[in-house]
Design a protein around this ligand. Structure first.
Ligand code: ADP
Ligand code: MG
Length: 562
């Protein structure tokens, strides 16, 4: 029998888990012995326990620096439910509660204190911490210190003061971004030269990835997939809404499958029963919203299916990662419609999050789309997102097994990029397409752009094909939306190799990119013109005041400037 250490005791009694996952136990031991640690582990890998357990086990409180208020709130709530004395200090907390938290910290009653970096760095806070017993500093989402990453937070750069002001207190930095450059930056900028480094690969070689896009037939495709490949096996089907969960679960039942719904709208009792049946039985299919997953550790889930686009690669990785934990072959299958993209973008724009978070979420969605649209090996693409390299294509994913129809879009991309450049990097897609097709847009004459070399050089493609191409250029970061200016497109440094002909661009051919019917979608019936103009103006105003992208992506993958 293994000895029950205090850490294991906390894992079992406070958190209700049986065993540590690699490398949690060693990370905890490192901190308990007073050493620093750097932890690079996939999302959902279990990084939080690495600092929560030692913070609880040792006298005093652990201080956790976290970049997002929402993340802090989730963690504090979960900890409180488990009976841990946890609190947060950030700009959304009322003064009275702040005083209570500070008092609890001074009198040694707190186990974990979550704090926003800007608050931590205030002199007042640093002085307070110096008067209290602090047992560790955890810097979560440590890649925010990287100026080259998407999530850069200038305050993170100043976290080096922790090392200077509290040299005796062990520090742990955690991130799911593991590329070597970011890793070095974290070590350098946080002064973690003596930290022990723990990494776990993101690769899941036993998972076969498939991603399909089309606006119709998802239900039947799902049924065929389950019947043909996973008859009588356990799986999870993720949907975006509760309503859709109910609908799909009921429909699978009428088709004779053992499917159960799971979402936050069901009673606690029902959720528990469904989860237990899934956990115990061999062949239950859970149809769920993303509410399902916390604490699920069923080894023999043979497939995870998505009927909608997840909002980020991290979410996709975490959800598909619930398949094949036993190491045996498993499948991650997704069917999404491009209207998912529109819906997700709207959700981001209409949420109450601050501008910075919206922007971050938009970029995460773009990365997810790039994974969907890649013609390369899915596993290689997925791993490269996390900074790992897989030397050869996996030979097992949909793209490896059935290479998708593609076209060489290099020349078209060069034309599109030149149009952006020659018109001064300030126009939106609609205008650029008009220039490429030599359409009679009065603005073209006004700007004298009918005299440019790019005027009318794009007649080999339809307007829709051009819009789809611009969308790819945006997705791949070759052009950027200038959100400070008028929301026009500008070139990014990534476009240079394409313009110079040093790099080619191969794109996935969409089933119906160029059909006549789609062209009609964009036409505005005369009677609606006023309404449309209103909508445009509203959207432009939003673009200017709130940085909302000044374009709409239609379900046929075309992009329309507003
Ligand atoms: P990360 O921060 O790495 O993305 P989290 O710390 O949020 O991951 O953990 C992800 C999930 O894994 C949580 O639901 C957590 O409770 C669960 N988890 C963590 N460690 C274990 C463990 N040893 N056994 C079972 N579940 C665990
Ligand atoms: Mg985390």
């Amino acid at each position: 029998m293994p000895t029950i250490t205090p850490s294991l005791e906390i894992l079992r009694h406070t958190f209700g888990y049986e065993q540590f996952r690699a490398p949690q136990e060693e990370v905890i031991a490192t901190l308990m012995s007073g050493q620093d640690a750097l932890v690079l582990m996939p999302t959902g890998g279990g990084k939080s326990l690495c600092y929560q357990i030692p913070a609880i086990a040792r006298p005093g409180a652990g201080v956790v620096i976290s970049p997002l208020i929402a993340l802090m709130e989730d963690q504090v709530n979960a900890l409180r439910q488990a009976g841990v004395a946890a609190a947060a200090l950030n700009s959304s907390i009322q003064p009275r509660e702040i005083r209570e938290t500070e008092e609890a910290l001074r009198s040694g009653q707190l186990d974990l204190l979550y704090i926003a970096p800007e608050r931590l760095l205030q002199d007042r806070t640093l002085r307070l911490l110096q008067q209290c017993q602090i047992n560790l500093f955890a810097i979560d989402e440590a890649h925010c210190v990287s100026q080259w990453g998407h999530d850069f937070r200038p305050e993170y750069l100043q976290l080096k003061v922790l090392h200077e002001r509290f040299p005796a207190i062990p520090r742990i930095a955690l991130t799911a971004t593991a590329d070597p450059k970011t890793r070095l930056e974290i070590i350098e900028r946080l002064g973690l030269q003596r930290a022990r480094i723990f990494t776990r690969s993101f690769d899941r070689p036993n998972i076969r990835y498939h991603i399909h896009s089309s606006s119709q037939g998802a239900r039947n495709a799902l049924l065929r997939f389950i019947r043909d490949r996973h008859d009588g096996e356990a799986g999870i089907v993720y949907c975006l809404s509760r309503k859709r969960v109910e609908e799909i679960a009921a429909w699978l039942q009428t088709e004779g499958l053992d499917a159960l719904p799971y979402h936050a709208g069901l009673s606690a009792d029902e959720r528990r029963r469904h989860q237990q049946r899934f956990q115990r039985d061999e062949s239950v299919i859970i149809v769920a919203t993303i509410a399902f997953g916390m604490g699920i550790d069923k080894p023999n889930v043979r497939f995870v299916a998505h009927l909608n686009l997840p909002k980020s690669i991290e979410a996709y990785y975490q959800e598909t990662g619930r398949a094949g934990r036993d190491g045996l072959p498993a499948e991650a299958w997704m069917h999404y419609g491009l209207q998912d993209v529109v819906q997700l973008r709207q959700m981001i724009q209409q949420s109450e999050a601050d501008q910075q978070r919206k922007q971050m979420e938009g970029q995460k969605l773009d990365a997810m789309l790039a994974l969907c649209e890649t013609t390369q090996c899915r596993r290689q693409t997925l791993l490269s997102y996390f900074g790992e390299t897989l030397a050869l294509p996996c030979g097992n994913c949909d793209n490896c097994l059935t290479p998708p129809a593609t076209w060489d879009a290099t020349v078209a991309a060069q034309k599109a990029l030149s149009a952006v450049h020659r018109t001064g990097q300030r126009f939106g897609v609609q205008y650029l397409v008009d220039v490429l097709l030599a359409r009679d847009d009065p603005r073209i004459q006004q700007w004298g752009h009918h005299q440019l070399r790019v005027y009318g050089i794009g007649k080999e493609l339809s307007a829709n094909a051009w819009r789809a191409l611009f969308r790819h250029l945006l997705l791949r970061g070759l052009v950027e939306v200038d959100s400070e200016g008028h929301g026009g497109l500008r070139l990014s440094p990534l476009s240079r190799p394409i313009l110079r002909g040093e790099q080619t661009l191969t794109l996935r051919q969409h089933e119906n990119t160029q059909s006549q019917k789609k062209e009609k979608v964009q036409e505005i019936p005369a009677g609606d013109k006023a309404l449309w103009e209103d909508l445009r103006q509203h959207r432009r105003a939003l673009a200017q005041t709130q940085g909302v992208p000044p374009y709409v992506i239609f379900h046929d993958a075309t992009l329309m400037e507003m």
